[in-house]
Ligand binder design. Structure first.
Ligand code: CO
Length: 134
């Protein structure tokens, strides 16, 4: 079911600072900040040769990463995103296997304009998993 790692996401309290540390200290190529109101986050992508790192800052009230940052005030690894060929087939297979899909269960359009879903971290060893159809 799983393809490549599309990105690893890190929740940060200060996106400008995090962007600067990846760009200036680590010398990485970083994208412009992109507001995703439907997901309650602003994102910056760090482009690496084999994958991307997604820096996430809360956007608006009730951001889904607000509670995570309350528990991890310095920031921390938030989720890992795997690519799948067909997100609806993957979802139905996972539900059949007893895994929980977060939210309505219908894919939302993610940061790359592709459909995404999130799987409950308690079903996957404490790690929030994002699936992205490529
Ligand atoms: Co993501």
């Amino acid at each position: 079911m799983l393809g490549r790692v599309n990105h690893i996401a890190i929740a940060v309290p200060d996106l400008a600072r995090a962007t600067a540390s990846y760009r200036d200290t680590l010398g990485a190529k970083v994208s412009q900040a992109q507001a995703l109101p439907e997901h309650g986050v602003t994102v910056v992508f760090v482009e690496l040769p084999n994958t991307k790192v997604e820096l996430l800052e809360p956007l608006g009230a009730g951001s889904p990463i607000a509670a995570f940052l309350a528990r991890n005030p310095d920031g921390g690894m938030h989720h890992i995103c795997y690519e799948v060929d067909d997100i609806l087939v993957a979802r139905d297979q996972l539900i059949e296997a007893g895994a929980r899909v977060l939210g309505s269960g219908d894919p939302k359009v993610g940061a790359h304009g592709k459909p995404v879903l999130f799987l409950h971290p308690k079903d996957f060893h404490g790690t929030l998993i994002e699936l992205e159809q490529v």
